[in-house]
Design a protein around this ligand. Sequence first.
Ligand code: SAM
Ligand code: SF4
Length: 325
Amino acid sequence: MDGWGREIKSLRVSVTDKCNFRCRYCMPAEGLEWLGRDEILSFEEIARIVRVLAAMGVSEIRLTGGEPLARRDLPVLVSMLAETPGVEDLSLTTNGVLLDRYAAPLVEAGLRRLNVSLDSLSHVRFAEITRRDALDRVLAGLEAAERHPELRPIKVNCVAIRGFTEEEVPALAELARRKPYVIRFIEFMPLDAEERWAGDDVLTGGEIRALIEEHWPLEEIAAKTSSTARRFRFADGAGEIGFVNPVSEPFCSSCDRIRLTADGQLRTCLFSRREWDLKAPIRDGAGDKELGELVRWAVRHKELKHRINDEGFVRASRSMSQIGG
Ligand code: SAM
Ligand code: SF4
């Protein structure tokens, strides 16, 4: 339980800060300064932290990065975590470019849920936003995931940026009607490494919803209180769309999540300016009880809310790919 009475149920684990894409809203073209191999937690260290947290009530684990499939042998970690007592929900967020190779071993290792990032269905515009000509490989990855009925729902995440995403909305909505994918539009947040974000760049969920309703009426579906997304179905019953609106409709009051960076720092908010080191104590021989106490202390200090919309907002101490989005 954090200091504001919120129960923490969910942990996002970044397995690497490296990535094979360079999405404009996340990373610069030349990449970032990557962490050294020794700085990154081993699978055993990650599994140990997850075990300690799961014993304290964290039941949802999502693997992310950087690009998590760029970390060698990721299915080995998935199987270690899938077997951890208390872990009820294990999922992965990926850019999808290596998914056609990894879908089968991931399912075999115990993965049951998947989010794939996809901002455009046009080859030219996909390459413009990710700086990689990889749309066909991502679509092949999605098809590979579809062949595994254990992996449902397949969520497709699109970062909504004014001046870019409007044009993508009809094709993405149509994809949600045609495929077993829940397409989710996520408002652009000030977590880009190049610090170019401006409030006017945020294309809100409300605006996208209006664009979709020009073609197809939507009906809201009740979502869990801890859900970050507002869910809608098409009125004619074909498919589902979601909106994650952290900027225009902040959901901090029901936030149930904390994050572990690839270098073993616990973060209690995407926008934290402060991190809690778990790696040094682990490597210095701390016991599970001591680690548990450290986590309790960090969680007690979880931020009340982000302050993106406040005067004098100060950016987070690291960018999205370094935190683990
Ligand atoms: N590389 C993987 C991927 O792209 O799915 C996982 C890591 S990525 C940092 C996780 C999610 O954060 C992706 O869905 C990505 O689109 C989203 N993201 C990155 N930068 C963002 C930003 N500035 N605002 C909102 N979402 C962002
Ligand atoms: Fe890589 Fe994901 Fe960031 Fe794109 S959003 S650069 S795929 S970490």
